[in-house]
Ligand binder design. Structure first.
Ligand code: FAD
Length: 417
């Protein structure tokens, strides 16, 4: 009979590796299957420092470079909002090494290959790889990213995308103070500018003269092409008196922001982009996946440790750790919020963010970090709504009317499956 591994994870991106390291450290046998498991991740990931969990072997302060004590948001030319919260960029290759080190020293194995088909039975999952080999696992985890093929989602469609064009470039002049992170610069590129699909500048200095800059549509209908954003970035820098000496890297980013939730009753598990874990209003996910992974791993170890355990039941319990009821309810609210934001003009977006960030820090921070329960999310949304001018509230109601499914799901709490 074919040898059976406890957990097989398809993918070797950040979600797969964050979960794999935790799973292996519980003592479960684990295998990573990906076309090139140790290939360097193509993207650079940034996050709020306080969202990263304390884990053995993870010296986050060593892994975050550069790190900034605060972030700023420009909504007009007067002065920026300063968010006193540490933010930084995870050094991808170092993070990858640290996770592989944990995974392999706990006995985890890797196999190059692409999963092509998954069949389930009472003992778990049988995976067929593209090269024809079959593998067995008690629990199969799809961590193949946003386009995951082996995950069933609820009805509905992804209606919002984050689109960004970024460069790592040597600059003459500074687009922002170099000791702070510019999270969003929504100032007009030319006075009175009102472009559809408003974009903002995201910028930080990596080292002297070397900047990472990104022109980003936070959430929109995916109509803003990379070329449009490239030109906007060029115009923006020109209006700031900044010129580019040399571009070292380019990044084209497209993140599906609000895919429907995965079904909780399916026989396989998902993690990361595959499990719709990207924040529907910000596009961040890595720190959140890092925070949730220890609990998912311990749930799997506990479930598989029970005598005569049923793999389907264990998977169901693990889905409940990834998406507990309260988070499913909040997700419906976040999705609605993201759809509303996608329809705002530049001016409406600016006013919305002014009101949002003028709430108490615990509220906006909790909203961003998904640490609020559903009542907290509601309070944050109402708090923001209460500060808006009547015209903007009207625009919000009109956007809600154009999103009846999301509004209905948000109202009834995103349940049942
Ligand atoms: C350009 C960009 C920048 C981003 N920046 C940030 C950021 O700063 N901070 C943040 O928190 N989030 C960010 N995100 C959002 C999100 O965190 C990323 O999309 C993240 O890469 C998702 O991780 P993942 O591991 O779920 O999927 P992926 O990183 O997409 O990894 C998928 C893995 O699955 C493998 N695979 C695919 N198909 C198969 C198969 N059939 N069998 C086996 N393996 C397979 C792939 O080879 C890959 O290893 C960004 C996204 C993009 C696109």
């Amino acid at each position: 009979m074919m040898k059976q591994t406890d957990i097989a994870i398809a993918g070797a991106g950040p979600s797969a590796m964050l979960l794999a390291a935790e799973v292996a450290e519980t003592g479960l046998s684990a295998i990573i299957i990906a076309p090139e498991p140790q290939e360097t991740w193509p993207n650079q990931y940034a996050c709020w420092r306080d969202e990263l969990p304390d884990r053995p072997g993870m010296d986050w302060d060593e892994l975050i470079t550069p790190s900034f004590p605060s972030a700023q948001i420009w909504l007009d030319d007067r002065s920026p909002l300063v968010l006193e919260r540490q933010y930084g960029r995870l050094e991808g290759s170092k993070l990858q090494r640290a996770l592989w080190q944990r995974f392999e020293s706990a006995g985890g194995r890797a196999r190059s290959g692409r999963v092509n088909q998954v069949n389930y039975d009472a003992r778990g999952a049988e995976l067929r790889l593209v090269d024809g080999e079959d593998l067995r696992a008690t629990v199969f985890v799809d961590a193949t990213g946003h386009g995951a093929r082996f995950i069933q989602r609820r009805q509905g469609k992804t209606s919002g995308y984050q689109v960004a064009y970024g460069v790592l470039a040597d600059l003459k002049g500074e687009p922002a103070p170099s000791d702070r992170m510019t999270l969003m610069d929504y100032r007009g590129i030319t006075p009175g500018d009102d472009i559809s699909n408003p974009s903002f500048l995201y910028a930080f200095q990596r080292e002297s003269g070397l900047w990472f800059l990104e022109e980003t549509v936070l959430v929109g209908p995916n109509k803003t092409g990379f070329e449009t954003l490239r030109k906007r970035l060029e115009r923006r820098l020109g209006s700031m008196g900044v010129s580019v000496n040399r571009v070292f890297e380019e990044e084209r980013c497209l993140i599906p922001m609000n895919p429907p939730l995965p079904r909780m009753d399916q026989p396989g598990l998902g993690y990361g982009g595959a499990a719709s874990m990207v924040h529907p209003a910000s596009g961040y996910m890595v720190a959140y996946a890092a925070g949730r992974a220890p609990r998912v791993a311990s749930c799997l170890a506990h479930g598989l440790g029970r005598s005569g355990s049923d793999p389907r039941q264990v998977v169901r319990e693990a889905w409940d750790v990834i998406w507990p009821r309260s988070d499913r309810q909040s997700h419906a609210l976040y999705r609605l919020g993201s759809n509303i934001l996608a329809e705002f003009s530049v001016e409406e977006t600016r006013e919305f963010f002014r009101a949002f960030f003028e709430q108490p820090k615990s509220r906006w921070r909790g909203y961003h970090s998904r640490s609020l329960d559903v009542r907290g999310v509601m309070a944050s949304m109402w708090g923001t709504f209460g500060q808006l001018r009547p015209e903007i509230r009207k625009a919000m109601f009109a956007a809600i009317a154009r999103n009846p499914r999301e509004a209905w799901e948000a109202m009834r709490g995103g349940l049942p499956e």
